[in-house]
Design a binder for this molecule. Structure first.
Ligand code: ARG
Length: 584
């Protein structure tokens, strides 16, 4: 149900006296927002009434139109006009009356925020790259989808705890240690930790094809690490700290921060308890020397808990992690923003939790996403065909800088603006696609200022800010102005009743619903689409009507709408993790 849309609420309250057999909520649920303004602002389909009144829907629509018309003539309902069209009753809000009421909430600084999630704590597992492997484009998706959702949950009143579940444990460290001992170079590792680690990792795989004993040596290193060997630990800390510094540089550029960075190693001392619980519950079975939980009833392959040498494995750690997030962090909802290729892993982990009788099993959601290719290139760490995120960001920023230099050669802060626009293009290009879709990312496409892009929305916002600056209206002032009546309600009605202005306001009014819809599906694309639509409607208004005119009341009314646009675009872009430069 669309409870938040003002238009629907108004239409329902006008309609209610004429259809006493339906409740207000029933009516709101039935109402539709026609895509074409000629079909009204709100439409009421009469099929539901037809069954009850045993009359054709079209006849009911015609009668309702007449009754509402009669009410308008006698002055009881002067704010709405009705037209029957087949089985639909199309309702037109009288713009002069409604424009000021529609605009007022859009100007409030907290427009779009809600308290829907009060008292609920969401734990967001996001980003989670692996130490000593590059921060790839896939981790970028997890970072940005997780970041956008975290901000939306927060703005809807949820308490959100973001966790970067760094892959800082596992057999890859054994490989890295063996490779470092053989071919490593300390100076190089300090200078370019991730590239050097990757070189070692790739070399290890090449050499291990010729000499399989390398795999055993790597396994032994990892065994030493898990069993507290001093040298193994020293090397491990060394790899972790260098990689983290490099990751942090990327996070700073992306404007993302985490409440906690708790790597997989954090759960090392918490797994024994999980294993012994599984034993007590008689869920563990031996399989080729390893310990597994069989999940035949769930139709899933067995979940590996302990390898034959007794070392723990990824699922074991995720079991301990989920229990920690529930019991120690107090999570009510545990979200995992992780690529779709890990679907089976999470199904198994959640199924084991369920077998353990843990309530948290039903509070976990894997928010999967599809692969992102970069201009047709995939990535594979093992073979070293890796696209480095920092290179992609640099390329985007320099392309953005070139476009901006051409558009606006005198821009102050051009470098910082290029950074905001270049990175914004990548982030928006990622979030615009429904997360399960595979994205083949084209940088030139994502940077087009007149496309379905982040820069288009940023540029439109900058256009709005420029108008406000010319008209000497700042965003902070708007709320008080509209309420203090420097421009009267009837002026607003008069000057904002053109179709372009009206359609723009109607769309802005749906911002809270866009956020709620995005959260229902855990899908930032809903907000990204909304922002594109809002930008398009504002640009139509901008091209069709003059905003700065000789008439102060007219100008001010239009600037207030412009301020609402600037505010909503900036707020929506911030939710998605983009900055909004006031000049581009
Ligand atoms: N580090 C893992 C990877 O890159 C992702 C971790 C996701 N989070 C989790 N709790 N398993 O594949």
């Amino acid at each position: 149900m669309n409870m938040m849309n003002l238009l629907l609420q108004w239409a329902a309250s006008q309609l209610q006296p004429h259809v006493p057999s339906l409740t207000y909520e029933d009516i709101v649920a039935l109402l539709e927002l026609p895509p074409n303004p000629e079909l009204g602002d709100v439409a009421f389909p009469c099929f539901a009434l037809s069954r009850e009144l045993k009359r054709a829907p079209a006849a009911i629509a015609a009668e309702l139109a007449e009754r509402i018309g009669a009410g308008a003539d006698s002055g009881t309902s002067p704010t709405i006009r009705a037209e029957a069209k087949g089985p639909y009753l199309n309702l037109f809000l009288v713009r002069e009356e409604w424009a000021p009421r529609l605009l007022a909430p859009l100007l409030l600084a907290d427009f779009g925020q809600s308290q829907a999630g009060t008292g609920q704590r969401v734990i967001m597992d996001m980003s989670s790259p692996n130490i000593a492997k590059p921060f790839g484009v896939g981790h970028l998706r997890s970072t940005m989808i997780g970041n956008a959702l975290a901000q939306m949950y927060r703005s809807s009143g949820y308490e959100v705890v973001t966790v970067n579940h760094i892959g800082d444990w596992g057999t890859q460290f054994g490989k890295l240690m063996e490779a470092y001992m053989r071919w490593g170079d300390e100076a190089k590792l300090k200078e370019e930790p991730i590239r050097e680690s990757l070189r070692l990792y790739v070399r290890f795989h090449e050499e291990a094809e010729k000499d399989p004993t390398l795999e055993d040596k790597a396994r032994h290193w990892f065994w030493k690490l898990e069993n507290g060997d001093e040298e193994a630990h020293r090397l491990w800390r060394y790899f972790v700290s260098f990689s983290m510094e490099e990751f942090d540089r990327v996070y700073t550029r992306l404007g993302v921060r985490f409440d906690y960075t708790l790597g997989e190693s954090f759960y090392n001392d918490k797994m024994a308890a999980v294993v012994s619980r599984l034993q007590d519950l008689q869920l563990l079975e031996e399989s080729n020397g390893a310990q597994v939980v069989r999940l035949e009833e769930e139709g899933l392959p067995p979940c590996l808990i302990l390898k034959s040498d007794g070392t723990t494995i990824y699922p074991t750690r995720d079991l301990a992690t989920a229990l920690y997030r529930k019991n120690e962090m107090g999570g009510d909802l545990l979200l995992y923003v992780v690529g779709a290729e890990q679907k089976l892993h999470f199904q198994q982990v959640f199924a084991v939790l369920k077998r353990m009788g843990e309530e948290v099993a039903d509070q976990c959601r894997h928010l999967a996403f599809g692969l992102m290719k970069f201009e047709g290139r995939k990535m594979s760490t093992r073979r070293g065909q890796v696209i480095f995120l920092d290179e992609v960001l640099d390329e985007a920023v320099s392309k953005a800088a070139a476009i901006i230099a051409e558009k606006n050669p005198d821009l102050e802060d051009a470098r910082d603006t290029a950074e905001a626009v270049g990175i914004g293009a990548i982030v928006f290009g990622d979030l615009l696609h429904h997360r399960m879709l595979e994205v083949d990312f084209s940088l030139d496409e994502a940077l087009r200022f007149e496309g379905e892009t982040g820069p288009y929305v940023q540029y439109t916002a900058a256009r709005a800010f420029k108008l406000l600056a010319k008209g000497k209206l700042t965003l902070a002032e708007t709320e008080t102005r509209s309420l203090s009546g420097a421009v009267s309600g009837s002026d607003l009605g008069r000057y904002l009743s053109g179709t372009a202005a009206w359609e723009c306001m109607k769309l802005l009014a749906a911002y809270p619903e866009a956020i709620a819809g995005a959260l229902r599906q855990n899908e930032p694309a809903v907000v990204a689409r909304f922002l594109l639509d809002a930008a398009k409607r504002f640009n139509r208004f901008y091209h069709q009507e003059r905003i700065l005119t000789e008439n102060p009341a007219d100008t001010e009314a239009k600037l207030l709408l412009t301020a609402a646009v600037a505010g909503v675009l900036r707020s929506g872009l911030a939710l998605l993790g983009l900055r909004t430069p006031e000049q581009i």
